[in-house]
Design a protein around this ligand. Structure first.
Ligand SMILES: Nc1nc2c(c(=O)[nH]1)N[C@H]1C(S)=C(S)[C@@H](COP(=O)(O)O)O[C@H]1N2
Ligand SMILES: [Mo]
Length: 528
């Protein structure tokens, strides 16, 4: 009987040191990192190729998968989520979406890497699923062509190759790899560079910027009214004319369209006797008018800042429509932007005496890209979502019974006349002021009707008339001020306005959807 048992000592076949969790798959976080690298390469290459296709004019659609996913997401956002996004992030809603997309991409890529650590195929399948979703978004974008999915396809293929090769390398040396090898850094950085370069090309920044810089502002044959007396000398009140850089921006465009004026054209189609096409050179020759018109967003909350006044230079739309001669029975013009957004405007608002413009300049500058370069619509009296199409490329004469603008199937009213409204700019809500005479001031608007009276109420008492600034045009907002003899304590101030016909602004509070917020703006201040 053997007293001792021992395994034969054969050093050559001794298994390698056992990894901590008993297998040869390496750290999960290294696997996640490899997924991230593969994801960065896939997205970077696809963005770069997509950018090149857009920039070269090879594609009229959205070949860049990130832009396509963002666009598809925005267009499918249910109204409650859109409202939540706007109320939470305001005009930074697109930055929020970008951050959200980056988070999702990071999570999905890392998950692909971690899955691949267990079974390579599972990781690759996740990359392919992501690619199929992106390709679906690409083909669903306006004006997409068959070749538009090529960047996504190539990107996913590159991601697969990279993930496979990183996983294979790791298998040879599961625990020896440090987290950040040269290859990973290079591939990851290359991917990020691709995204950056691609998004620049994507937005057409180069040629469009040159085009905008070379575009002269046409001299208006019919100048704007003088604005003497329209600006009150009260610190903190909104400027009568809002500078371009401070003007609110609202649109569904994740990537701001950068069009070249020389290749822009506008078609008038639909129920017309004569289809008309207008190019930039022809438009620039037309006699232009210069007008102050206040734009308002239907999403503007009571007291909100999605409203602004600018001087617009443009050619009256009615002149263009007169050339096309709308047929009897037509009652709507569906305007479309270069990125496929639409607005349905009553035909009469574009043909009556008001100055509905094909605007080419804002405050004496070519339209900023964010505000519609080279041409947009501006219609006095209607919320932006039913009238103010930026980057406009088509006017289809049609009927409300046959067509609807972008926001109508998303729960917003088909027609959007602007409701009379007023806002207190100073003092600001929740601030402290000193006792004595306090200038309470702000703006009121009832575009194309005009403001006849503004009243202020202190602590639920009598309504007192405010002093009105001059009103150079009924199409723009009007400033008002009330010299309030403030006494110490907590006070509530409320404002209300009347239009030129003497109609008071609606008193019953209502949210923005479906046809504009209403109710009185009120603030609280502490007087010391
Ligand atoms: N092409 C395009 N034009 C658009 C929109 C849009 O989403 N796409 N949004 C409209 C809305 S809802 C508003 S309120 C105004 C805002 O114009 P601004 O961004 O120049 O202030 O643009 C309108 N024109
Ligand atoms: Mo809007």
């Amino acid at each position: 009987m053997a007293t001792t048992t021992s395994a034969p000592q054969t050093p050559d076949t001794t298994p390698p040191p056992t990894p901590r969790d008993g297998d040869a798959r390496g750290h999960w976080w290294v696997a996640a990192l490899d997924g991230l690298v593969a994801g960065a390469v896939a997205v970077g290459l696809a963005s770069l190729l997509g950018g090149v296709m857009t920039w070269s004019g090879l594609s009229q659609g959205t070949p860049s998968p990130l832009s396509a996913l963002a666009g598809a997401f925005i267009d499918r956002t249910p109204p409650w989520l859109k409202n939540l996004a706007v109320s939470t992030f305001g005009t930074h809603d697109k930055t929020a979406l970008l951050v959200g997309m980056v988070v999702v991409l990071v999570l999905v890529s890392a998950a692909a890497g971690v899955l691949a650590r267990r079974a390579l195929t599972a990781g690759l399948v996740l990359l392919v699923v992501g690619g199929v979703l992106a390709a679906g978004a690409v083909v669903s974008r306006p004006d997409s062509g068959g070749a538009d999915v090529v960047p996504t396809f190539v990107g996913v293929l590159a991601g697969i190759v990279v993930l496979r090769s990183l996983v294979t390398t790791r298998r040879r040396d599961p625990w020896g790899t440090s987290g950040l090898t040269r290859r990973r850094v290079l591939l990851g950085a290359g991917g990020l560079l691709g995204v950056l370069l691609g998004s620049r090309l994507d937005s057409g920044v180069g040629s469009a910027s040159a085009s905008r810089a070379a575009t002269p502002v046409p001299k208006a044959a019919d100048p704007a009214p003088a604005v003497t007396g329209a600006q009150l000398d009260v610190p903190g009140v909104s400027p009568y004319v809002v500078p371009n850089g401070d003007f609110y921006r609202i649109d569904t465009a994740f990537v701001v369209p950068h069009l070249d004026a020389s290749s822009w054209s506008l078609k008038v189609t639909g129920e017309v006797e004569q289809e008309v096409s207008l190019d930039w050179a022809t438009l620039a020759q037309k006699p232009m008018v210069d007008r102050y018109i206040t734009l308002t967003c239907v999403s503007n909350e009571v007291g909100g800042d999605l409203v602004g006044n600018a001087r617009w230079t443009g050619w009256p739309v009615r002149e263009l429509l007169a050339m096309a001669r709308p047929k009897d029975g037509a009652d709507m013009v569906l305007s479309t932007s270069s990125d496929g957004w639409t607005a349905g405007t009553p035909l009469t608002a574009l043909t009556d005496e008001r100055d509905a413009l094909l605007a080419v300049a804002m405050n004496g500058e070519p339209l900023p890209f964010e505000h519609g370069f080279p041409v947009r619509l501006v219609v006095p009296g209607l919320y932006g979502y039913v009238s103010a199409t930026k980057w406009v490329t088509e006017l289809k004469v049609t009927r409300f019974s046959q067509d609807e603008g972008y926001w109508t199937p998303r729960g917003w009213s088909a027609k959007g006349p602007i409701k009379t409204a007023s806002r207190i700019d100073v003092p600001q809500d929740g601030t402290r002021v000193s006792a004595g005479t306090v200038a309470v001031a702000g703006v009121a608007w009832a575009q194309h009707r005009g403001i006849s009276k503004v009243e202020l109420q202190v602590d639920g008492g009598d309504w007192r008339a405010a002093r009105l600034a001059a009103e150079p045009t009924v199409d723009a907002w009007r400033q008002w001020v009330y010299e309030w003899p403030a006494t110490s304590g907590q006070h509530t101030l409320a404002v209300r306005a009347y239009d030129a016909a003497g109609q008071p602004q609606p008193a019953t509070p209502a949210p923005p959807d479906p046809d504009g917020a209403q109710g009185y703006h009120s603030i609280q201040v502490t007087v010391a």
